[in-house]
Design a protein around this ligand. Structure first.
Ligand SMILES: [Zn+2]
Ligand SMILES: [Zn+2]
Length: 199
């Protein structure tokens, strides 16, 4: 199952250049099986996700969120609580909230904004780190892999697509095809996937 866990839409991201359905169709055309919408500080309504999943089945569309916190962007998957949409999260509080509610937290494109990671990943360990994305320099790969291995967490390849041409450039191949987001998170936690990028 090929899945990209970091995709934007112009419905909810001011910087998004393609609509939800344009992104879905581009992902399908690129051979992906699923995407997660992670718009900036905005969750996709569950009714909208259900509608899109009906329309594009067996392709799967999940809802997550991208949150700017203490100088980094993190992705949260598996939670649909409007409290996440706040722009004032401190990373320690966000990490506690995600842990308490059984979500999945990913450090997105480390070293994009700063020469060091600005959140306390040692104290509040995320579930995974993006090693490749459109917004991650290839020069950062060794440093990112070093952090991931030190923390004992897996690395992911996600596009961070804001337009259709980015779909299919980065994805993760899960061992099994799953349609339940809890099962997907469990597989990701176990590291039972491989990470691919073509850019
Ligand atoms: Zn953006
Ligand atoms: Zn993003």
């Amino acid at each position: 199952m090929k899945i990209d866990l970091h995709v934007h839409s112009k419905e909810r991201s001011a910087c998004g250049r393609a609509s939800e359905e344009e992104q879905i169709r581009a992902a399908m055309a690129a051979g992906l099986d699923a995407i997660v919408f992670t718009d900036h500080h905005r969750l996709a309504p569950l009714e909208r996700l259900a509608e899109l999943n009906d329309r594009y089945a067996p392709f799967r569309i999940f809802g997550g969120i991208e949150i700017n916190t203490n100088g980094e962007d993190v992705l949260v998957l598996g939670l649909h609580d409007a409290a996440l949409e706040s722009s004032k999260w401190a990373y320690a509080d966000l990490h506690a909230f995600v842990r308490e509610h059984g979500g999945f937290i990913i450090l997105a494109h480390p070293f994009r904004y700063h020469p060091q990671v600005t959140i306390e990943v040692e104290r509040f360990v995320p579930d995974a780190i993006e090693v490749h994305s459109i917004n991650t320099s290839l020069k950062a790969e060794d440093r990112i892999r070093e952090i991931a291995s030190r923390l004992g967490i897996p690395v992911l390849c996600n596009s961070d697509a804001h337009s259709t041409d980015a779909l299919g450039t980065h994805y993760n191949v899960l061992e099994r095809t799953l349609s339940d987001e809890q099962e997907i998170m469990a597989l990701l936690r176990l590291g039972r996937f491989t990470c691919h990028h073509h850019r």
